[in-house]
Design a protein around this ligand. Structure first.
Ligand SMILES: NC(=O)c1ccc[n+]([C@@H]2O[C@H](COP(=O)([O-])OP(=O)(O)OC[C@H]3O[C@@H](n4cnc5c(N)ncnc54)[C@H](O)[C@@H]3O)[C@@H](O)[C@H]2O)c1
Length: 307
């Protein structure tokens, strides 16, 4: 009986889990610490920290299935922290994940369109926001912006063959989406009618109230990222990134599988057909998927060097 029970448990686990391989690019100077204590959701030193305003990362570690994103993140981390480029290979249970906030359509598009379909988000200036707050059109514009956001999400992010965001999932999300949209209109209305207004509509996440509203929506959409359509060859890269806001070590469904480093200036030393990029393997295995993606997207030959 016990055996049958454990088989059922295994099958249930198989059916409910969605484990996938992801990459994380960083600097070898931070990788040392990650190898000893795992990924921490709010590390002391960040590549994209508060000094980058709207670009400051949210709480969590970011992973990608796009090799180019991992490689450019590693180069960015080396620019700030020195060392070599480091790529971690990580297995993730995608249903525990959150969206990378950059991959979600900002409500500013939908608000300007809901206000008037001839108004772009750059023309939805603070004076319009102030007028709208006092107008009896306010509620209907907010309602329409919610509908537009959800239909955009269902069409472009969920993809053709996926079950759409609807029913209880949508009812849970709706009040938070409303708050995000209302916060956008309110915070924009406080901005002066000059350069700042354009800056606000282009970079709304620089505003603390906006960051909070966006974060609440992202948290309510936990797990949604696993149902997002992936389009590896398109410019729409959203489905390839994920954010995990719990620690990740070397055991369990979210776990580190391997680490390689390579020189950040590898292009400089690569001059002829005999050259290769030395990948030093510090931990675990280098997945074939990574090597194939590297060859396909980067075109530089490599050699694996066991440490
Ligand atoms: N790094 C990637 O491969 C990756 C993947 C997808 C998306 N992104 C995008 O890049 C942006 C920034 O990503 P980021 O990864 O640079 O995050 P970040 O700016 O939040 O920087 C955090 C840094 O801390 C490091 N770190 C994590 N745990 C640590 C620990 N225990 N000890 C020491 N260092 C630790 C990470 O490697 C990372 O370099 C994100 O907003 C996202 O849009 C990056």
């Amino acid at each position: 009986m016990a055996d049958r029970f454990s088989i059922i448990q295994e099958v249930q686990k198989f059916l409910t889990e969605a484990k996938e391989l992801y990459f994380h690019g960083t600097s070898s100077n931070l990788a040392k610490n990650i190898l000893s204590q795992g990924f921490t959701p709010d590390p002391k030193q960040k590549v994209w920290s508060q000094d980058k305003g709207h670009l400051a990362s949210f709480v969590g570690s970011y992973f990608t299935q796009n090799v180019v994103t991992a490689i450019s993140s590693a180069s960015g981390a080396v620019k700030k922290f020195g060392g070599d480029c480091a790529i971690f290979f990580v297995q993730l249970e995608t249903r525990t994940g959150l969206y990378d906030e950059d991959d979600i359509t900002d409500v500013s598009y939908q608000v300007s369109q809901a206000y008037k379909d001839t108004v772009s988000r750059n023309n939805f200036v603070p004076s319009i926001a102030r007028g709208l707050l006092k107008s009896d059109k306010y509620k209907s514009v907010v309602d329409l912006a919610i509908t537009k956001w959800v239909s955009y999400y269902n069409k472009y992010d969920r993809g053709e063959y996926q079950q759409k965001l609807a029913g209880p999932a949508l009812s849970r999300l709706e009040p938070l989406l409303r708050k995000w949209i209302e916060t956008y209109i309110l915070e924009l209305s406080k901005v002066k009618d000059d350069f700042d207004s354009e800056r606000f509509s282009a970079y709304p996440n620089a505003n603390p109230a906006m960051r909070k509203a966006v974060n609440n929506v992202m948290n309510a959409m936990r797990g949604e990222v696993s149902r997002r359509e992936k389009k590896p060859d398109s410019l729409h890269l959203g489905g390839l990134n994920i954010r995990i806001d719990s620690p990740i070590g070397f055991r369990g469904s979210n776990r580190i599988l391997g680490l390689v480093t390579y020189p950040s200036d590898f292009r400089k030393d690569y001059n002829n057909d005999d050259d290769y990029v030395p990948f030093t393997v510090h931990y675990g295995e280098v997945p074939k998927k990574f090597l194939a993606a590297w060859e396909n997207r980067m075109g530089y030959r490599y050699k694996l060097i066991k440490k």
